[in-house]
Design a protein around this ligand. Structure first.
Ligand SMILES: [Ca+2]
Length: 265
């Protein structure tokens, strides 16, 4: 062996020793193994959790897509069904995958169901982002690794819930009007609008003989008095409650018979 060759061997040996010394046992992340996954909670709409895979390892039986190395684990139990986006924020070239346990009663690293995974957000962004539609009460396991065998460091896991879905409820409009009135009299009309969640709010539109009046609902009810009805015949009354962002519209119709004055006997 030449002097240069011996130097190379010595250098490699020192380098290997250096490599071992750089990752002592105490530096391995606490959540290196699946069984020690760090619990993550999202108190309201989002949470940012520090993550670090320096010195992390992969386990026997662990699902490893593509080129996943140095994995650490997090566990998140969904508190609602709002869409959840999980992304890594800077640090190193990450790979992120989400699983559920094949047997939730006895979760095991070699029996996981894949839910979502991502290597790079884009060609120029090597962080990772996945979105899941969780089931409330289900526990999700987040696997964060390096996307190359030298990708390690500190990053943040950012969990963001989508806005809660808008729930739309049906409404029911009812219209109370006298069946008959004498010519020259007024008719009193009562409109009520209700929903499954209680009385409707806002206004209801009443149309009598082509005249439109918007009435403010108070406890879901509004009262309206017509003008004097001067001609015998039928008068149609409609009430319409327009849809809002949370309530479907509804309407009702009634007919008032306007009777002539009794003939003097
Ligand atoms: Ca690991």
């Amino acid at each position: 062996m030449t002097r240069t060759g011996r130097s190379l061997v010595l250098a490699l040996g020192l380098s290997m020793l250096g490599g071992v010394a750089a990752t002592p046992a105490w530096a391995v992340p606490a959540n290196d193994n699946f069984s020690n996954a760090t619990t993550v909670v999202v108190p309201s709409d989002s949470a940012t959790v520090p993550a670090n895979n320096v010195g992390a390892t992969t386990e026997s039986g662990e699902p490893l897509c593509c080129f996943t190395y140095k994995t650490v684990w997090f566990a998140y139990t969904a508190t609602d069904a709002r869409q959840l986006t999980i992304r890594t924020s800077g640090g190193f070239n990450t790979y992120l995958a989400v699983f559920t346990a094949g047997n939730p009663g006895a979760p095991a690293v070699n029996a996981l169901n894949p839910v979502a995974s991502n290597d790079d957000v884009s060609g120029s962004d090597t962080s990772s982002s996945v979105s899941i539609q969780p089931t409330a009460g289900t526990k999700y396991y987040l696997q964060l690794g390096g996307a190359t065998n030298v990708a390690e460091g500190s990053t943040s896991l950012v969990l963001t819930k989508a806005a809660p879905p808008v729930v739309t409820v049906a409404s029911t409009t009812t219209l109370k009007a006298p069946k008959k009135v004498r010519v020259g009299k007024k008719a009193t009309i009562v409109v009520s609008v209700g929903t499954a969640g209680g009385p409707a709010t806002g206004t209801v539109t009443v149309v009598v003989k082509g005249k439109t009046t918007a009435l403010q609902l108070v406890n879901g009810t509004a009262t309206f008095k017509t003008r004097k009805l001067r001609k015998p015949g039928k008068v149609t009354v409609t009430a319409t409650y327009a849809a809002t962002s949370t309530t479907l519209g509804s309407g009702a119709l009634a007919t008032i018979k306007v009777k002539p004055k009794p003939k003097p006997s």
